[in-house]
Design a protein around this ligand. Structure first.
Ligand code: KG4
Ligand code: ZN
Length: 414
């Protein structure tokens, strides 16, 4: 483990510091204990995915009840795995924003309770900042860096100037990419095929897409002519509905049946490809903007990708092509740190501990509350628009060629 804080002078960490983190912003109840060297001492994660898949989406009161039922045990399991008691940790970090209010409340109440009974400080955490900073637990990525956060609830591009200072370059005007992938998987009834049954929508689409032709269907790339770094994914939802309906009609598909597999795989591959292109366009302009405004020094040209959709290999490869052409390195945490977890919250607590900022004493917690919505840092998006950056899109044809070759190889094998 090569955490960015590993070589911090003893001045900051006079002794080993351990932080316990709690995450309940959406549908995962997570807890972990990490130390200042980036070691995970104990972890526990309870996913509600299976239940929400059955309901066809997250029902907030159901999520709340599941968090409530799980939280005590999840925290106990993480502490047991670390062979620690709550009195042994230095502080308790908990996600307070943004997220589903009913879910956030459960984490906040439990985190505050732990802080009060143990008399340990409490550190409120912004979920997106935690996603952005996770990379520094596993790699020596120094500030400032560019970050692309793509998940089921969010999509944004920002500069992380420090653990507490972020500059927002662009964000989604409507849906998040993970949300579109989840809805597409549902519309295509992927769950009715056994091998996709227990996967998240994004995972299912990725696997199905690996067998299809990304150029089979035209989805149209949103916001091509908008000279900003904002995103829009709602059009993909309409297109997937329209395409699926037409194919269902064509193949006389009824009830729980899916459209025939080769067609299904092509639809998934084309959707994934179009989402990747849209993300790449916004990333390209963000890099050009960061260079123009000298936001990132030449020796720090890193683009960090995180959030659940950062698990997607095709999207990572696509963004990798743009970064290679623009002389940036792509840094992505391992998949289990990209999706929601308690580790990233504990680590964000550690980043705050290092700078001693945003730490609350156990008897001063009444001022802290959850926030369903909360922008990330200083908003530069208007300045991005004003900069009128015209991009000559970097070709991503190498992706497409590779994918077709892989598909052909698969076809030959089977
Ligand atoms: O970050 P995350 O765990 O929760 C949010 O904060 O939203 O992200 C969950 C999202 C889901 O929409 C899921 O479908 C998507 O991440 N996801 C993926 C993949 N694995 C998870 N999307 C694309 N490809 C994947 N392999
Ligand atoms: Zn998340």
């Amino acid at each position: 483990m090569k955490s960015a804080l590993k070589n911090e002078p003893n001045l900051v960490f006079k002794r080993s510091v351990t932080i316990l983190g709690i995450e309940t912003s959406c549908d995962d109840t997570g807890c972990a204990i990490v130390n200042n060297e980036g070691h995970i001492l104990g972890e526990s994660l309870h996913s509600q995915q299976e239940i929400h898949l059955e309901h066809g989406g997250i029902i907030p009161p159901v999520a709340r009840d599941l968090h409530k039922a799980a939280i005590q045990n999840v925290v106990k399991k993480a502490l047991d795995a670390a062979n620690m008691k709550i009195a042994d940790v230095d502080a308790i970090a908990t996600t307070l924003k943004p997220g589903l209010p009913l879910s956030l409340i459960i984490g906040m109440q439990y985190g505050k309770h732990l802080s009060k009974i143990s008399k340990k400080p409490f550190i409120p955490i912004h979920h997106m900042e935690a996603h952005a900073l996770t990379i520094r637990m596993v790699e020596q990525v120094e500030f400032p860096f560019l970050v692309l956060l793509i998940s089921g609830g969010h999509c944004l591009l920002a500069v992380a100037q420090s653990a507490t200072h972020f500059q927002l370059i662009g964000q989604s005007r409507d849906d998040a990419p993970g949300e579109v992938l989840d809805k597409a998987a549902r519309r295509l009834k992927l769950r009715n095929i056994l091998e996709f049954r227990s996967m998240s929508g994004g995972q299912a689409i990725e696997l199905a897409a690996s067998r299809g032709n990304p150029k089979a269907y035209e989805f149209g790339i949103p916001m091509r002519t908008y000279r900003n770094c904002d995103f829009s994914f709602s059009g993909f939802k309409n297109s997937i509905h329209r395409i699926t309906m037409a194919e269902e009609k064509k193949y006389e598909v009824t009830g729980g049946q899916t459209i025939p597999k080769p067609v299904l795989y092509d639809v998934c591959a084309s959707l994934q490809h179009s989402i990747a292109i849209h993300i790449c366009h916004r990333v390209q302009r963000a890099i050009e903007y960061a260079n123009l405004k000298q936001l990132i020094p030449p020796n720090r040209r890193n683009l960090v990708i995180s959030g659940g959709v950062a698990c997607n290999k095709y999207i990572k490869r696509a963004v990798g092509v743009v970064c290679r052409e623009m002389d940036y390195s792509v840094r992505v945490p391992p998949p289990h740190l990209c999706t929601d977890n308690g580790i990233m919250i504990a680590w964000n607590g550690m980043e705050r501990w290092r700078v001693q900022d945003g730490i609350y004493q156990h008897d001063n917690l009444d001022c802290l509350d959850i926030q369903a919505r909360c922008p990330l840092g200083q908003d530069l998006s208007e300045d991005v628009s004003k900069s009128e950056i015209k991009c000559k899109w970097i070709s991503l044809s190498e992706l497409y060629a590779d994918n077709v070759t892989e598909t052909l190889v698969d076809a030959v094998k089977t």
